[in-house]
Design a protein. Structure first.
Length: 110
């Protein structure tokens, strides 16, 4: 199961790296960043194929997208000097709490 989560976090890292490259592609007119972006996204989806065999797809997608949103917001603040108000920061932490809850109790039924 740990290997599965390593693949999931690898997919998140690849997706975040690809998304962070979007401004560098300049609407896909720059070949090198565009090619690296495509490789990052393909790698993310490739890694996800191993994860969805072990974890329900709803849990996988919630974790992947939630961690991606959180990471992009933080990295956008750091690298692109984008602002984050307190409501945004609170919302990001609620996302992380939701991810923890979903993954902790995903095997239990009501």
């Amino acid at each position: 199961m740990i290997k599965t989560y390593i693949f999931l976090f690898g997919a998140v890292i690849c997706e975040v790296a690809g998304t962070m490259l979007l401004p560098a592609t300049q609407n896909f007119t720059k070949i090198t960043p565009s090619a690296i972006l495509a490789i990052c996204y393909m790698s993310a989806f490739y890694l996800l194929t191993f994860v969805v065999n072990k974890i329900p797809i709803a849990i996988v997608y919630a974790t992947w997208s939630g961690l991606g949103i959180f990471s992009i917001a933080i990295l956008g603040y750091i690298f692109f000097k984008q602002t984050l108000n307190w409501q945004t920061v609170l919302g990001l932490f609620v996302i992380i709490i939701g991810i923890i809850l979903v993954n902790t109790y995903s095997g239990k039924t009501i």
